[in-house]
Design a protein around this ligand. Structure first.
Ligand code: HEC
Ligand code: HEC
Length: 400
């Protein structure tokens, strides 16, 4: 009987006070150089030490004011739910960080809700503590990855033959293992690899090797992959600048976040060349827009694909690959796209546009009047060796 009483009493006699738990176990976590568990998913705007200061009393009141502590069911506290969240791919280190945070902060919350003095502390007003939820959302890793897929990964068909290990055996033999920087079917691992290999430069994002090589600068072994300042280039720079701003915590609030283009494209392997151009200067930005021709011979109003490029040095030719205009129903899974469904074989009309300003948006380009058109009866095969080559002499002028 007496023994039972002692055992029952022991915890409350020896239990640490909330302040002791906080100082001994929580503060070291906040000061630790290891990332907080939040950064497994949030790249900016959300770190434990944004919400937990060195003062346990003030922190408790603040977290309560935010609604992150449930004094009736401490184990159900929102803060503990945030900490317990685990991404699909988590490593051992982060698992350790997560479990020590859960234990220490959980014990502190459980001890605090039993402390009448703490419960009586008046809550601060939340007015100036309001979180910028759009910025938190924008800086989430999964959102960053979505944007990477939509803007950069979506164009990798232009690079994969030489840079994806499932296709580039010959290139690797010639130029070494550094040729492989794409991880097939895995945009997340690819982005990580690009960072680890220093092919993305966070201090000068637009000078990232990933971009400069694509533009044919730095003696790129693969030549020019897309035109400087064109649609693809602007999307890539947009992604790189945005990602760097998040990593460097340069956004003060969500109004600093630049707007995204509303039309997305997906690069295909269908190559197109146009020869015998005349009266165009070298480097002129030109675009081909592809429209499906329906069974009744009617040209569809909505464009299926576009292709952008600059006129060759001698001013007579132009070449690029088709970019599928993303239909709204298309979902980016990051893995593969059913080309044959989205760009089926059939009749198409190609429209030729000379676009004076390469920074013109796709929306504006699609609204422009084409000067010449060309009909094709069937789609050609993807791949460089089966590129479609058309003489400009075969184009028909539009609207004379
Ligand atoms: C496994 C990924 C993951 C981890 C880890 C994570 N979050 Fe989140 N967080 C999300 C997601 C996803 C959302 C969007 C809302 C949702 O789906 O719950 C979100 C939303 C939020 C929001 C904004 C809106 C809301 O739901 O109140 C805040 C604040 C937040 N998290 C804080 C944190 C804190 C603090 C941590 C670390 C203790 C953390 N998160 C850890 C994924 C995570
Ligand atoms: C026809 C083959 C080919 C294609 C297609 C190609 N490249 Fe390359 N790329 C090379 C060769 C060869 C090298 C090695 C020589 C060099 O550094 O330029 C290289 C090197 C690179 C490097 C430097 C890698 C390193 O770690 O040294 C980057 C980054 C790169 N390319 C980006 C791209 C991007 C982005 C695309 C697509 C938009 C692309 N390349 C398309 C052939 C190609």
């Amino acid at each position: 009987m007496g023994l039972g009483l002692i055992l029952w009493l022991t915890p409350s006699i020896y239990a640490d006070s909330p302040v002791e738990i906080y100082q001994r176990r929580v503060i070291p976590l906040l000061q630790s150089s290891k990332a907080s568990s939040c950064s497994d998913c949030h790249l900016q705007g959300v770190k434990l030490d944004d919400f937990l200061s060195s003062d346990p009393k003030a922190t408790f009141a603040l977290l309560r004011a935010r609604g992150w502590i449930d004094i009736d069911n401490p184990d159900q506290s929102k803060l503990l739910q945030f900490i317990a969240k685990k991404p699909d791919h988590s490593d051992d280190l982060m698992d350790q960080v997560r479990s020590s945070e859960l234990k220490a902060i959980g014990d502190w919350i459980r001890a605090s809700v039993r402390d009448p003095g703490l419960l009586d502390t008046p809550l601060p007003e939340l007015k100036d503590l309001k979180l910028d939820e759009s910025l938190i959302r924008h800086a989430r890793k999964d959102r960053v990855l979505n944007r990477f897929v939509e803007t950069v990964w979506s164009q990798f068909e232009r690079c994969a033959n030489c840079h994806s290990p499932d296709r580039n055996a010959k290139q690797v033999e010639k130029n070494g293992e550094r040729m492989s920087w794409i991880v097939p079917n895995s945009p997340g691992d690819t982005l990580q690899l690009l960072e680890d290999r220093d092919l993305i430069h966070f201090n000068k994002p637009s000078e990232s090797t990933l971009r400069t090589k694509s533009l044919g600068r730095d003696d790129h072994g693969g030549g020019i992959k897309f035109p400087v300042d064109g649609q693809t280039d602007r999307e890539w720079v947009g992604f790189l600048e945005d990602y760097a701003a998040i990593k460097k915590e340069r956004y003060a609030n969500s109004s600093d976040i630049p707007k995204n283009a509303s039309i997305r494209t997906w690069r295909t392997g269908h190559h197109l060349r146009i020869k015998d151009l005349r009266n165009l200067s070298s480097g002129q930005y030109c675009v081909v827009v592809l429209y499906a021709v329906n069974a009744d011979g009617e040209v569809d109003k909505n464009a299926v694909a576009i292709s952008e490029g600059r006129v060759s040095k001698d001013g007579t030719s132009w070449g690029s690959s088709l970019m599928l205009i993303e239909p709204s129903r298309m979902r980016h899974t990051g893995a593969s796209v059913a080309w044959s469904e989205l760009l089926p074989d059939g009749k198409y009309e190609l429209q030729w546009l000379v676009v004076e300003d390469s920074t013109t948006s796709i929306e504006e380009i699609l609204a422009m009047k084409s000067v010449a058109r060309f009909d094709i009866d069937s789609l050609w095969d993807p791949g460089h060796s089966s590129a479609k080559s058309i003489s400009f002499d075969a184009f028909q002028p539009i609207g004379k």
